[in-house]
Design a protein around this ligand. Structure first.
Ligand SMILES: Nc1ncnc2c1ncn2[C@@H]1O[C@H](COP(=O)(O)OP(=O)(O)O)[C@@H](O)[C@H]1O
Ligand SMILES: [Mg+2]
Length: 361
């Protein structure tokens, strides 16, 4: 079931009469059965978008469709959604079993579908057991939340969210409270659970690596406005603008002001790479892994070198800014060296003065 969002806007006004446009005219379709990442820096409107999808906020304007159904005016409980937040929000006094069963026991439609209390108990038991199996917590059903690790608690929260077989699963920074290793484990777990259930899922995160690693598609947001909707790899290889280019990638892309003269990008007064564009000033982004030591190209003075894993991290001056390159550690390069670099075209992006990526150059 696709989620269709059309012209969705949410404005908050404060006491001082200042207005925040948290979500600004968002139009996007989230394909059914996909795991879609909503990615952007803190404050860009991710949670607000999720709350609008959930029905916890009322939009200022715009419509939301789940499949063919316009759900814009439906209350949360009528939308068929499962919600998971950063803080697991489990009921501390209940066992894991009861935490998962709770929404079912409280559901009017579930009670109507299973009128006989004994039969209802059996139905709930079947769902709890099955859900626990999907999220791999069968052994933990008798425990209280306080007896679980953060990762386990988050899996219980997911189990609780999917027990009612929602049409849509909404996850708001579900991994933020976990330590680094658990975060990676749990995100893979979320991917597995999503694929096992096929539930259309929106996964909010500010962490580009998290979004890149498990999603089918990424929606990149900034200041309430969508910047790019694309396959994760695509946002890295073909960033739509300077913001996306700088937000994705670690270490980050080097963004410099450079001129193009006679069909060449000029760096440190040398010809760096050919570009068939009119003479003028451009923003040129160079991924750290795209510098190639060479006899030609532009000259640079190496000011810093460190070994990180397989690569050297090398810093040097590029048009008055310090830039960073990752150079394979079988290369000869030392601090203080005067070197020349060529650039690998696939890692070079040229942007116009509005910051939009130029396709052909
Ligand atoms: N309930 C609210 N009242 C007023 N302003 C809000 C409210 N919720 C969010 N905002 C503002 O809307 C913007 C987007 O917030 P949010 O959606 O929480 O961002 P994110 O989840 O991407 O960090 C921020 O400027 C935030 O301060
Ligand atoms: Mg948020």
């Amino acid at each position: 079931m696709d989620i269709r969002i059309e012209g969705l806007t949410k404005t908050f006004s404060s006491k001082e009469n200042t207005e925040t446009i948290a979500v600004n005219n968002l139009t996007v379709t989230i394909p059914g059965g996909h795991l879609v990442g909503l990615l952007g820096p803190s404050g860009c409107g991710k949670s607000t978008t999720l709350f609008l999808l959930a029905g916890l906020h009322e939009p200022t304007s715009g419509r939301i469709y789940f499949g063919d159904e316009d759900v814009t005016d439906l209350p949360p409980e009528k939308r068929g959604i499962g919600l998971v937040f950063q803080n697991y929000a489990l009921y501390p006094h209940m066992t894991v079993y009861d935490n998962i069963a709770f929404p079912l026991r409280n559901s009017k439609s579930f009670r109507e579908a299973h009128k006989d209390s004994r039969e209802r108990k059996e139905a709930i038991d079947m769902i709890v057991q099955r859900t626990a199996k999907i999220v791999a917590i069968e052994e933990l059903l008798k425990r209280k939340p306080s007896q679980l690790s953060g990762g386990q608690q988050q899996r219980v929260a997911i189990a609780r969210a999917i027990a009612k077989q929602p049409k849509v699963l909404l996850l708001d920074e579900p991994l933020s409270n976990l330590d680094a290793r658990l975060r990676i484990q749990t995100r893979e777990e979320i991917r597995r659970i999503q694929q096992a259930t096929g539930i259309t899922t929106v996964f909010v995160t500010h962490d580009q690596e998290e979004a890149m690693s498990i999603t089918d598609e990424i929606i990149v947001m900034k200041d309430g406005i969508v910047q790019q909707v694309a396959h994760p790899q695509e946002t890295y290889i073909h960033p739509a603008n300077t913001f996306v280019a700088q937000f994705l990638g670690n270490p980050p892309i080097n963004m410099i002001d450079a001129s193009i003269r006679d069909g060449w990008v000029m760096i440190n007064s040398d010809r760096a790479i050919e570009a068939d564009l009119p003479d003028g000033q451009y923003k040129v982004g160079v991924r750290p892994e795209s510098f190639i030591l060479s006899d030609e190209g532009f000259s640079a003075l190496v000011s810093y070198k460190a070994t990180i894993g397989r690569d050297f991290q090398v810093r040097f001056d590029m048009n008055g800014h310090y830039s960073e390159a990752l150079i394979e550690s079988d290369q000869q390069i030392e601090e203080g060296d005067s070197v020349r670099f060529r650039l690998r075209k696939s890692g070079v992006h040229i942007f116009d003065n509005d910051g939009r990526r130029i396709e052909k150059w």
